[in-house]
Design a protein around this ligand. Structure first.
Ligand SMILES: Nc1nc2c(ncn2[C@@H]2O[C@H](COP(=O)(O)OP(=O)(O)OP(=O)(O)O)[C@@H](O)[C@H]2O)c(=O)[nH]1
Length: 567
């Protein structure tokens, strides 16, 4: 199929076309040029048909590169001018050729020995604009271990040249390249089946290539492949950045809407913190886990809250009904009394008056009983409303506490890093204010990997829970344990000297040997090493932690299951 030269991409002709025409023509050109109809390719061709000459990011980079190079001296400036012309006319093939020549001439090492004239078997890369013929490095690519029939014909091999890369090295390089393409690159290209296929195909061909000629044929394909991969990575990075920006914006807006819903702000802050730091799998998983837990608990509380609110509403309705009934009955009573007074005025004798008095007494008693009952009902309803109000307040404060949960490590129930930061900040300020001593100790479970490997990850988890339980039971209530990460914990000991801190940690170690960890009726001894450090007035949090960490390192080096004090 040939591309028709009609419908040039000029704005005049484009102006006469409807968007549907332009789209149809864009698809036709994609098909004719055998370009995959990706959104980017479609956008480029659409712009071309519509006469919109918006350069793509790659075009912009290449154009700027050529412009910057123009300031160089000598023949580099000549290449730069030609590349700039190519960029202007969008002759990317020419651009690539000139760039290749420039690289060949200025970036490749000089031939190994002058007296051995270099010969090349590859397709020459010099063209008429190259000032001097380029001499390519002779690299015999024939394997010394390759079977004879796979070798390149003798006429193509550099018989007299000393190999710059010997056959073994060439084979290794080829295999490494093929493996990189086959495993590393391919695994990074998920979601792009075309590129994955090309990567695998290149790996196979490179592995099979035994001659320079064969490699020369692969070279342009590899170049094209690299270019496409680079474009794709750029797109992915851009998409990721856009998504993150969108997500941040969303979270920020939700945060602003939350003035009344303080129970949600904990989660929002948590997510914002994750988004502001370096994002990796672990931080995202951590945030997801703690949010899930909190959301689950909150949903249960919200359910009870909704029930309590419905109950209050029902009670209010009942109370209003009752008040309505009282009003109705007293209204009836007033009307009756009015009627009685008229009857009394018109009464003819005492018997009639007696009868009227009896009727009035009866009606008055009934109205009184009704009023009393309603009064009692209203009082009971008011008490119930009070009770429900108190319950709602309790539930609401529980919700606020739930939000605090994100300061807790979900596995062990100790504080998490965020909670630790807050406690440390608070205690350091207090120690400075009161001029009191404050110590911290970094704990790291010994040979924890071995425990995991031998008994499984969930047993490892149980061991961490056990450790935290023992630490909590052994420490004073004012002391705090926090999970620093993985199998590392930190203990914060306010009002404690370094010596006392070290003794406390040793006591925990002893307690661990007494309260042995059981796994399937098997007694497993858990030990840890620790580094203790005392806060120096005015010291930064990171510095204090660093000193404790160094002491912990010394404890590990000295044989584990011990405490070392920082100097
Ligand atoms: N079960 C479990 N394992 C974890 C957790 N966090 C980290 N780990 C594991 O803890 C192990 C730590 O191993 P290492 O850093 O080599 O330390 P170690 O084996 O204790 O060796 P030493 O510290 O030198 O005594 C790794 O295998 C982690 O996968 C967790 O939450 N649960």
């Amino acid at each position: 199929m040939q591309e028709k030269p009609t419908r040039p991409g000029s704005s005049d002709s484009a102006a006469q076309q409807s968007p549907a025409d332009i789209a149809r023509e864009a698809f036709r050109r994609l098909a004719v040029r055998r370009i995959a109809p990706t959104p980017e390719a479609y956008r480029d061709v659409y712009d071309e048909v519509a006469g919109i000459r918006e350069p793509s990011p790659a075009e912009r980079v290449l154009t700027e590169f050529a412009a910057n190079l123009a300031g160089a001296s000598g023949d580099i400036a000549g290449y730069a001018t030609r590349m700039a012309e190519n960029a202007q006319t969008r002759d990317w093939h020419g651009y690539g050729r000139h760039l290749q020549q420039l690289a060949d001439k200025h970036l490749k090492p000089a031939p190994a020995a002058k007296e051995q004239p270099a010969r090349t078997n590859s397709i020459p890369l010099v063209d008429d604009v190259t000032p001097a013929p380029v001499q390519r490095m002779p690299i015999p690519l024939v394997d010394d271990i390759a079977p004879a029939e796979e070798r390149e014909p003798a006429s193509l091999v550099d018989a007299g040249t000393a190999p710059v890369i010997d056959g073994n090295v060439a084979r290794m390089l080829r295999e490494m390249l093929a493996r990189t393409l086959n495993f590393a690159v391919t695994s990074l290209l998920q979601g792009s089946p075309e590129l994955t296929k090309e990567s695998e195909s290149l790996a196979t061909d490179i592995n099979m290539a035994r001659t320079r000629q064969a490699l020369s044929e692969i070279e342009p394909r590899l170049k094209q492949f690299c270019f496409r991969v680079e474009m794709r990575s750029g797109d992915i990075a851009e998409e990721r950045e856009l998504l993150l920006r969108l997500f941040r914006l969303l979270i920020e807006n939700i945060g602003e809407l939350l003035e009344d819903d303080s129970w949600l702000s904990g989660q929002i802050t948590n997510v914002q913190e994750v988004l502001s730091g370096p994002i990796n799998y672990a931080t995202l998983m951590d945030a997801t886990r703690s949010l899930k837990e909190v959301i689950y608990k909150q949903s249960m509380l919200k359910h009870s809250l909704a029930e309590a609110k419905t109950r209050v509403r029902d009670m209010m309705l009942t109370a209003i009904d009752r008040l309505g009934a009282v009003a109705t009955s007293t209204g009836d009573y007033h009307r009756k009394i009015e009627a009685y007074s008229q009857k009394i005025s018109a009464a003819k004798g005492v018997p009639e008056l007696n009868q009227l008095l009896e009727d009035i007494t009866r009606d008055t008693r009934t109205a009184h009983i009704e009023a009393l009952r309603s009064h009692d009902d209203v009082l009971a309803a008011r008490n119930e409303v009070h009770g429900a109000e108190t319950r709602i307040q309790e539930l609401e404060s529980q919700l606020v506490q739930m939000s605090e949960l994100v300061r807790e490590d979900q596995l062990t129930g100790s504080l998490n890093r965020r909670g630790l930061d807050e406690v440390l900040e608070r205690e350091m300020a207090r120690a400075q204010r009161r001029n009191s001593s404050l110590c911290i100790a970094m704990l790291d479970v010994d040979d924890f990997k071995k425990l995991n490997d031998t008994y499984g990850h969930s047993t490892g988890d149980e061991a961490l829970i056990h450790l935290v339980r023992v630490v909590k039971d052994t420490l004073r209530s004012m002391d705090v344990i926090a999970r620093f990460g993985g199998e590392e914990f930190m203990i914060v000991l306010p009002d404690t000297s370094l010596e006392a801190a070290s003794q406390t940690v040793t006591r925990v170690q002893r307690e661990l040997t007494k309260r042995i960890f059981m796994h399937n009726h098997e007694r497993l001894l858990i030990t840890f090493s620790a580094g203790a450090a005392m806060y120096r007035s005015g010291e930064e949090q990171v510095e204090l932690i660093k000193r404790a960490d160094e002491a912990l390192y010394k404890a590990k080096k000295a044989g584990k299951n011990r405490v070392v004090n920082a100097d």
